[in-house]
Design a protein around this ligand. Structure first.
Ligand code: ADP
Length: 582
């Protein structure tokens, strides 16, 4: 495929060729068509001139022929000898001449002696004298018809025919008939085109243009003056001349037609041909332009399509790549989620096992101790009964009864713990919740010899929340405090309840090492623990936090300025407390 520069080069080459051909066509067309048109026009004008020429030649010949036979007829008059006889009647001769002139319309009829002397003439107007050496006289005396044009004394032009006067076979004189050329010119005045007759010497004998009469014939190859019908409008003009030789007269008849139409035809048709060639060149240029515009457009479209194809290909590749990496990522995520689920399941399982272990430890501790005491009291009561010491026996049995009550209480607490919490909750006496919680953990408290100080505030103070889950929260907080103070001398826990506006604040404070400051932000997160494996699950605070949140309260932690950690449970006042507070 050719590139853009090659296309442009081809375009310019074709355009230049078209312009060159157009130019040649313009020139050649103008020359050929103009030439042909001028030739045609010249031929047409020539034919018209020829026609005029033929008609006028015939008319001229006809007009003169009328007079041609008159001198011959007069020359053969039977009374010719008597006319030329010495002492003849001059008046009679004059009458004959006058009669002949009047009948024929000739300008003059003259009888001459062989010497040229006038015997008689019809008209006295033209006193023309024919010299003895004149060809007119000589031709007549030789028995031929003499003919010539003559300019008379008064300036009139005449055509003269002469013939011999015969007496038997002898020439006794000459008769001359004068024809007025002005009458012929009068006929020509009706013809628009200039017309002239010139004699052998090139003198214009007659013409319908006054300027040319009796003057040398102009050279019609050049522009000439005097051709205009109206002399006031005369200007140098170029003519197309057509001539014809009139044999008997020895004249040349010439008709002139204005040559301007020939030039105009050449200019007009040549110009038209040039314009046509120009239009053709322009049309071809338009076609070339359109063709190359199409070529360029299709090239641009092809380039565009290729570019789009490339973009689509690149995008598709990118998409495929990103799809592959996404699929890989999804796979990884799926694996991670699976691993997380597995780990969670394992953790829950571990948690369950740990809780079960803790519970069994607590249970066996709580139950075994009273059980061994019951066994001891029962043996003692038996011994006292055998010895008849009834009162001591009763005391021991009373103890046994108290111990079984205690075991029943523990079992009741455990049952409470295990029971599913009631989703609807109302108001709970916070003091009772705290007392019950302390009872649940009383064994651990005693074991670690922890001194517990409680300030339960207003008696019967109600908070919003369920008793079982609130107790679970307090137990969690106390157990954490116990864990933190393990192995510490004089451990103590202070639980206080205080009313703060429409809320109640329960704080559980210990004298342990406090919470590591950097851990403060994460202790409520599930599974966050600083305890050794098997000791803690990191769920206690997270569960407690969510329970308090469920009740519309908050759980927060901070370190006590004097040492130890302090957890604050903030709950809404219970319903009838709120009414009382109003
Ligand atoms: P666990 O007791 O199983 O570790 P918890 O959610 O109950 O889980 O406690 C999370 C962590 O909070 C504990 O591991 C401990 O580091 C810290 N903590 C909780 N209570 C106390 C406290 N009274 N004194 C110091 N640190 C505490």
């Amino acid at each position: 495929m050719s590139n853009g520069a090659a296309v442009s080069q081809r375009y310019f080459r074709l355009s230049a060729l078209n312009a060159l051909v157009g130019l040649l066509l313009c020139g050649a067309g103008a020359a050929f068509v103009g030439g042909t048109a001028s030739d045609l026009q010249a031929n047409r004008l020539g034919a018209a001139a020829q026609e005029i020429l033929n008609v006028q030649a015939e008319a001229l010949n006809g007009a003169l022929d009328k007079y041609r036979m008159l001198p011959v007829v007069l020359g053969h008059r039977p009374d010719a000898a008597s006319l030329y006889a010495p002492g003849a009647d001059a008046a009679a001769t004059h009458r004959i001449a006058l009669q002949a002139a009047a009948l024929s319309g000739a300008l003059d009829v003259v009888f001459l002696r062989p010497s040229g002397a006038v015997l008689a003439r019809a008209s006295g107007a033209a006193k023309d004298v024919i010299a003895p050496s004149s060809p007119l006289l000589r031709a007549a005396l030789q028995g031929r018809l003499g003919r010539d044009e003559r300019v008379l004394d008064d300036g009139r032009r005449a055509y003269v025919f002469t013939s011999a006067m015969w007496d038997n076979k002898t020439i006794i004189g000459v008769v001359a008939v004068y024809v007025d050329l002005v009458t012929i010119e009068d006929n020509w005045s009706l013809i628009n085109n200039p017309i002239l007759a010139s004699d052998a010497a090139g003198l214009v004998v007659i013409s319908n243009r006054a300027a040319w009469r009796m003057a040398p014939r102009p050279d019609f190859r050049d522009t000439v003056q005097g051709g205009a019908a109206n002399p006031l409008q005369d200007a140098p003009t170029r003519y197309l001349a057509r001539s014809r030789y009139l044999a008997p007269l020895n004249w040349t008849l010439t008709v002139l037609l204005q040559a301007a139409p020939i030039r105009w035809a050449a200019v007009m048709w040549g110009g038209l041909a040039a314009a046509l060639a120009l239009a053709l060149t322009l049309a071809v240029q338009l076609l070339i332009n359109r063709h190359f515009a199409g070529v360029r457009r299709s090239r641009a479209q092809r380039a565009n399509a290729l570019r789009l194809e490339r973009i689509v290909r690149d995008r598709t590749r990118e998409l495929l790549d990103s799809n592959a990496s996404l699929a890989h990522e999804v796979g990884e995520r799926k694996a991670a989620v699976d691993l997380l689920r597995k780990t969670q399941t394992e953790l829950i399982q571990t948690g369950k096992m740990a809780a079960l272990g803790q519970m069994s430890t607590a249970l066996s501790h709580e139950i075994n101790q009273p059980l061994s005491a019951v066994k001891t009291y029962a043996q003692n009561a038996l011994t006292y009964l055998q010895r008849g010491r009834q009162q001591e026996a009763v005391d021991n049995i009373t103890r046994i009864s108290e111990l079984t009550d205690r075991m029943a209480a523990i079992s009741r607490h455990l049952r409470n713990f295990a029971r599913k919490p009631n989703p609807t909750f109302g108001s709970t006496a916070i003091g009772k919740v705290i007392e019950d919680a302390l009872e649940v953990v009383s064994a651990r408290l005693r074991e670690q010899a922890v001194s517990v100080t409680t300030d339960l505030g207003e008696p019967g103070l109600q908070v919003r929340g369920g008793p079982v889950r609130l107790q679970q929260v307090v137990v969690n907080l106390v157990l954490n405090a116990l864990d933190a103070m393990a192995g510490q001398p004089a451990p103590s826990i202070t639980i206080s309840v205080a009313r703060a506006g429409a809320s109640v604040e329960v704080s559980v404070r210990d004298t342990g090492p406090g919470i590591v400051v950097s851990d403060l932000g994460q202790i409520f997160d599930p599974f966050f623990t600083t305890k050794e494996v098997g000791q803690g699950l990191g769920l206690g605070l997270s569960i407690s936090y969510n329970i308090v949140k469920d009740f519309g309260g908050t759980l927060s932690a901070h370190n006590w300025p004097g040492g130890g950690a302090c957890f604050v449970v903030r709950l809404d006042l219970g319903e009838h407390e709120q009414v009382a507070a109003q």
